[in-house]
Design a protein around this ligand. Sequence first.
Ligand code: MN
Length: 705
Amino acid sequence: MIDADDLIALVRNYNPRTNEALLREAYAYARQMHEGQKRHSGEPYFTHPVAVAAILTEQQLDDSTIVTALLHDTIEDTKSTYTEIEERFGHEIAELVDGVTKLTNLQLSSSETRQAENFRKLFMAMSKDLRVILVKLADRLHNMRTIRSLPPEKQAVKARETMEIYAPLAGRMGMQWMREELEDLAFRVLNPEARNSIIRRFITLQRESGDVIHKITADIRAELDREGIEAEVFGRAKKPYSVWRKMQEKDQGFSRLSDIYGFRIITETEADCYRVLGAIHRRWRAVPGRFKDYISQPKSNGYRSIHTTVSGRDGKRVEVQIRTRQMHEVAEAGVAAHWAYRDGVRTKNPFAVDPARWIAQLTERFDTEDHDEFLEHVKLEMYQDQVFCFTPKGEVVQLPKGGTPLDFAYAIHTRIGDSCVGAKVDGVRVPLWTRLRNGQSVEIITAEGQRPQATWLDIVVTGRAKAAIRRSLREEDRERFIKLGRELARVAFEHIGRRATTKALDTAARTLGLPDGEELLARLGSAELTSREVIEKLYPELVIAKGEEVEPARAVVGLAPGQGFDRAPCCQPVPGERIVGITWRGRGVVVHAIDCPSLVEFEDQPERWVDLAWHAGRHKPVHTVRLMLTIRNDAGVLGRICTLIGEQKANISDLHFIDRKPDFYRLLIEVDLRDVEHLHAVMTALEAESDVAAIERHREPGRKS
Ligand code: MN
């Protein structure tokens, strides 16, 4: 096992000013905490955190990250606590260890691809400090390197997680070497036959064409020497998993060297990169469509390099990457390059990406070639505004920040949302307006008969929940509208002496092009449709076409065939007023206003009462009404009164003075009107005249014609 001195030496290699005392204390503390614990292999458990720390020294990471690696399993697996870590090692390290613990505690129970993507997002979102992910990745790398000591079924679970979550995560962090190693370690567990067949093919190829890497490396070196360029040349075989994936993608066997071997040329300056490129292209033929210049257009994770593929004399293709040393460091370390130290100081690699500005820089450097990557990172930026919670079954639900248990419920299913009555977060009952936090597990309590409340609209933040609640509320509104519409229809139908039966309503709906009578009622209730429109459709003969007027003889509906009628002189009802008829032998029916005091005398003769209504159409101005006016005694007043009435298109059929005083006199005018609206128009016009002191409708209960 690496002892404390070994580890400090590893750090001192790149960071001579390392805080040795801090590292020593972390080493001793973690060893003490893990005392007596064993790994599956039987080794002391403490060998694991030390190995994780050693992996991170290869990336030349800062002291805080190395200490975090040593302590990363203490809160989770020992009696150590956050408070104790904070007291001994400070706030920054306590936060980092806490972050790693939280990621460890996530239940990565689902293996669906969609879920895997959510988990990757969750990881990003939960790690305020990306060093937490660096430690977690190193932790997983060591566990994968030692996976052989686990029982086979556990190996498969870990390997799948690694393939679906950790390897893509390493790639996204810009750490290509780690991505490749994680993938290959997982591949060895998940599909050993495929991996073995690829390795066998490597061996066969090598036997056929000799040491290809050595030969090509020598060729390139010779060419660069000839041009007088100083550069290092490296060749390597690609990992079996990369080869296998390419075969899967292209659906072809592997025969091309460019798919198996890769070459890198590391230069001192950027200018040298292009000189190398020129030399390579002069010597070998470039394969069209394979040239990419990530130096002039770097990837958003800071990656810079020139890629090209050339074919040699024998037609074999070779892939070449050309970059400077600093570019190479960023290409290998990814975001980790930001925390890297050399010679005791933070390396000021101009190409390293500040993780905090990683996302922001992207938008500036956006170009079409990196479109997918751009979208990836824009999505990543959005995770800052996301929370990820779990169902009791361990599935991830992604919500915007501020999301509540109600949003969560609707995210699962509209039915769950609609019937939600409560929620438990991490096992504790909480109000529905509680804002959810990353990593919480949420259980929704539902009840039959529960319906969405209007107040819920203020609680939820997701569009999905809002839409579902509105839809449900609208349905409830609809029920109210139908009720109201039913009442309106009843009154309107009664008005014409009919009944608003289901059959009548369905028929009217059909003629109006509506699905059914219920929809018609809903529209009536919400005033999208008037009862007049409905009646017109259903009984066109009852409604006089526009412009035509109701014949005075047919002004009243509800009479027996051939029966005539007179308006009662006592109350003088006009169309628009509620009426009732009293039959008189030999005289037909006398029509009274429903509130006429004269009706009292017929109370004991119910057989004489007839239910009547005015015709719904436009009436002729033939209904005489008496008006009593009190007017100022002034020159020309009478003329003005007559003009006003004439302007309202009403005729004066009679006029007499009741009494005359020096200042005022009273006047009884009989006016012929269409209906109650016409009456109101005339009275309003007169009232507005300054010479008119009072005006009222004059009814004479005792008057008989
Ligand atoms: Mn661990």
